[in-house]
Design a binder for this molecule. Structure first.
Ligand SMILES: C[S@@+](CC[C@H](N)C(=O)[O-])C[C@H]1O[C@@H](n2cnc3c(N)ncnc32)[C@H](O)[C@@H]1O
Length: 286
């Protein structure tokens, strides 16, 4: 069984499904209902006679429950390709990009309550500053939070262009090649999507879901995600006597080469790590 927990446009799942032996099971999960619908269309050519395909709208933080509902256990391969899809960034109209003037929404799951407009307008200045500093790794977090609060005292901030303008004015223009709003937009998106919480909850469930010999490949884009991946899998990386398995990392961290970054600039901060669930014999455990 192959499982893609960040289905997106189904590019990876199509590849994975093509490698399954007949009768194999492919599962795709995404919290964005629109991604799941588009993936369904993309995967129409996958032979249902050959592969049992399940596409599910849901959070990978609930993956244990999702798989239990499907009655499936023991994944041979699990993929997590974190972050945003190109569709969400470029065409969803949900305000993920400061390059387009859109409502401040930033929800991947449009059924959830919290939106970017609520974070920007209703969080305290201290909370805003913390989020921008921690999730955005933004050194000017205080100045940006102050500027946002000053503006919102006059009227609610509802659109991306206005927010990007406030941030640019607060930090004083472009720094190198990065737009001044990049880090703050990333921080707000991570807060709206509870990205840290979902990853922290999901990874132990993935460790349980893997079959012995099963592998997790995870692509991260942010140093905080790297920290969570390492921290959440660490308790499983040593045999604690509770189980007859442990999680080990295979090989080194894989980064894109210059040619890949040239073709796909958004891959520049990507890191791919691969983990395997291995059986621990009694002798090894002792
Ligand atoms: C980088 S894209 C994946 C692209 C995909 N690998 C492909 O081949 O097209 C990330 C996807 O993960 C989804 N996602 C992010 N966090 C999620 C979560 N907690 N649970 C489920 N899906 C999530 C997003 O909605 C987005 O569609």
């Amino acid at each position: 069984m192959y499982v893609d927990l960040t289905l997106g446009a189904a590019g990876h799942l199509r590849e994975m499904a093509g490698r399954l032996t007949p009768g194999g099971v492919a599962v795709g999960v995404d919290r964005d209902a629109r991604a799941v619908e588009q993936a369904r269309i993309q995967l129409q050519s996958v032979s249902y006679a050959r592969v049992e395909l399940h596409l599910v709208q849901g959070n990978f933080g609930d993956i244990g429950e999702i798989m239990a509902r499907l009655g499936l256990t023991k994944a041979d391969r699990v993929l997590m390709d974190l972050g945003l899809s190109s569709d969400q960034l470029e065409t969803s109209g949900r305000g993920f990009s400061f390059l387009r003037d859109e409502p401040l929404d930033m929800r991947q799951d449009t059924d959830q309550q919290l939106t970017a407009a609520e974070v920007v307008n209703d969080y305290s200045q201290a909370e805003l500053e913390r989020i921008i500093r921690e999730y955005g790794e933004e050194r000017q977090a205080r100045r940006i939070a102050e500027a946002i609060c000053r503006r919102r005292n006059a009227r609610r901030i509802e659109r991306t262009e206005e927010l990007a303008g406030i941030i640019t004015a607060a930090v004083g223009g472009r720094r190198g090649r990065t737009h001044p709003a990049t880090r703050t937009f990333q921080a707000i998106r991570m807060e709206v999507g509870d990205e840290v919480g979902q990853l922290t909850r999901g990874l132990p469930q993935v460790a349980e879901l893997l079959a012995i010999g099963g592998r997790l490949a995870i692509i991260t884009f942010h140093s905080l995600e790297d920290k969570i991946v390492k921290g959440s899998l660490k308790p499983f990386s040593r045999h604690g006597g509770r189980t007859d398995w442990q999680i080990v990392r295979l090989g080194r961290v894989i980064r894109p080469d210059t040619a890949e970054v040239r073709g796909n600039p958004r891959s520049r901060s990507a890191k791919l790590r691969v983990y395997e669930k291995v059986r621990v014999t009694k002798a090894e455990a002792e």
